[in-house]
Design a protein around this ligand. Sequence first.
Ligand SMILES: O=C(O)CCC(=O)C(=O)O
Length: 333
Amino acid sequence: MEGDASVSEPASGSMPPTSSWSISRLSHLLGETVVRNVFIVPPSQRRRFKFFKQKRNDDHTNNGKDEYQSSSATPSSASSSPSSSYPVPATGDKAGHRESMPFNRFVELSKSSTDRSESNAYYLYGEPMPQQLQTFFPIPHVLSSVPSPLTSILLWVSPAPTISPLHFDLNEGILAQIDGEKRVSMARPDEIDNLYPYPIQHVHDRQSQVDDIHDPDPHRFPRARAVKLWSGLLTPGSLLYLPYGWWHQLESVSTSISVSMRWNPYDEALRTAAITAHATRNMPAHIRSRILIPIMKQHHIADAVVKIHMRRWEQTKQQEEDGREQAIAKTQS
Ligand SMILES: O=C(O)CCC(=O)C(=O)O
């Protein structure tokens, strides 16, 4: 990775190449198996697969009660939940949608749209690792030292050019590049104000509004130009460590197969803190932080992660207050 060598958190490594994992090999193994996470974006999105929330409470951002509900949600209940409780993307453009289809159908469709034509673009976007592939995927040795169990192993298959635009996740992860190449760009969690994230209740929560981080619009996003980016190319066999809260963007430069492995060392501790965050939601921010920060420190939650959640809890509270004020104004008018 290029960048400031003194900051060591994001790291890349390598794994034995899983050389047999080409698209045709996956087609052979998966064939008519239905995959649930084919993301489809219209030409207006310029092959940018901006993730959109499909259900409420899929991370540690709301109150404690909701988080207990989210943690018990099964993958199938998650996929069937409606997205209507979130506002639609601010542009009015439909960001895309998700469909289930046989793997072979996905391959056929994605092959038909590999140029920058007017057609839709397709990405198998974080599909829980299909059972047929599990025995063939060697969990990289480095993951044996991870302090908590893996929460997901996800498969990503994308034709070039496709982009997962700049966003951050509320977990730790390792992305293994299996076939093809991806260009990665990363930024530190504390660049958040320079990256203009969507509001927390928005379908694109945790994503940057900056369209092109390599050439940000100076009028709409004046602070984005100063963001320090780490950039690199993932080739087959690369492992990329994605620390909690770090911004990352991935661009497939050739047809790509990747696998992400995620874990959340703070899961329990954050759930406890979220309950307190909910209980203290009517307190002024400075008093709330005096209560919440020690709780999180006591559980050895990393400073960057504490900051992310304090910010999100305050934002949730602000948005609830704004919503209440708007409702009152409406009844009075
Ligand atoms: O590879 C991609 O397109 C996105 C992967 C990603 O964002 C992740 O693993 O967290």
